[in-house]
Design a protein around this ligand. Sequence first.
Ligand code: XMP
Length: 519
Amino acid sequence: MGSAHERILVLDFGSQYTQLIARRIREAHVYSEILPYNVPLARILERRPAGLIFSGGPASVYDRKAPSIPAPLLEAGIPILGICYGMQLVTQVLGGKVARAAHREYGPATLLVDDVTDLFKGLEGERARPTVWMSHGDRIEEMPPGFRSIARTSNTPVAAMKATSPGRRIYCLQFHPEVAHTESGVTILKNFVHNICGLKPDWTMRSFMTDAIAAIRDQVRAGQVFCALSGGVDSSVAAVLAHRAVGDRLTCLFVDHGLLREGEPQVVRETFAKHFKIKLKFINASARFVKALDGVSNPERKRKIIGRLFIKEFEAFARKAGKADWLVQGTLYPDVIESVSFKGPSATIKTHHNVGGLPARMRFKLIEPLRELFKDEVRELGKELGLPDEVVWRQPFPGPGLAIRILGPVTKERLATVRAADAIVEQEIRKAGYYQKVWQAFAVLLPVRTVGVMGDERTYDNVVAVRAVTSVDGMTADWARLPSEVLASISTRIINEVKGVNRVVFDISSKPPSTIEWE
Ligand code: XMP
């Protein structure tokens, strides 16, 4: 787990690439975390980082409210890598001069490396002139005292610089080593974390797993542990991890609210009871949920009803099970991350996402073993724990389930329609090899009917919208450019096989301004 490992802290100044920096460092098997640039100095130091990276950002250091850092941070003896805005900030704080570049530089540039002793170690011979990715309007006019240039481009005399006195390990790059377009970017970042910060590449999923199990064991010395399973990858991985730590003291609860995807309850049941021998209480509550939702159209009301009923089921279960002290939750890093660029306006939109939230009076102590991981890392951990692909690669699914994919009133019939259409979308997406390439692909049942003709009959039937998006975290998304043949087979099959549907449309909106789900 991160706490047992030395870490790199990435201070976020609002760059769209901040997350990518943290990921690249983790890919180099070093644990890294993102913090907003303005966390108090004491909080940074208490985390005892082995290195700091300052991200890029949209501001200019001369803007009136430009984000800055306390000068003592630069003199704390911690190795620092400033990227783009991070470089300009270091320059300004240490007494150099930043100015508007005559030409704003965006996109590729050829780097001429002048010093291959540390940060650019290995960038020799054929690798001496890498293409790097620039994205800046300001440039370094005058380096701060005690710095020298270690690389240039034809437009930028100081494309990289370092502090000259030995022991003062401050490095800066005008370009972005974290983006895939920068050649040897990974080498540069590895040089920084492995050689300059002196961190061993020993942060792997296996080491994370071992540490996380030990940490839960340590935390939960006695008492009963509960986990609400949703069937998704996050809660499943969290449950299996907790089970490894506390064994039979863990009981999982799976509430089938009748709003799940086709086959989902069975997969969860089989996986947990058969393969993992985890105590699983399976509650089929579909009739209660569907009845409560009958005729309800308002999206927020649907969510509230589902959240409330879920809590009721959980309370009834907890009452029967006796005293439970701990609750395992599959909270991920994106849910806890405090970063300037990561949150943003969508932060508040997402607050309703957790199914209801359990009442405060239940007073569980929380175990959140995944709170340091990104989604794909959770999948890797799931594989490490032996979870089947079925679960590990399940696409995300909202807590309120199909209820928020039926626009207008939820009824049993409409549930059956959207579930059947959704299963076809999934099958065709899998068949075409797109299941793991898209973040989510699903069907939405619209509250409109349109005219069609089937055989010689006029029909007046439902419309299904197909939504397929690419995304890294669900916070932003783009509609997936699926091949037209795939769309064609989805459409043909839905119209032919799902009763009551005579038209299929494809959603071509990105998030923002749309959201992934329609409600
Ligand atoms: P939106 O629709 O806000 O969705 O773009 C972003 C991601 O979150 C999922 N989602 C939910 N997950 N409870 C959940 O657990 C919810 O109420 C909920 N609503 C949306 C959505 O599927 C997507 O992956």
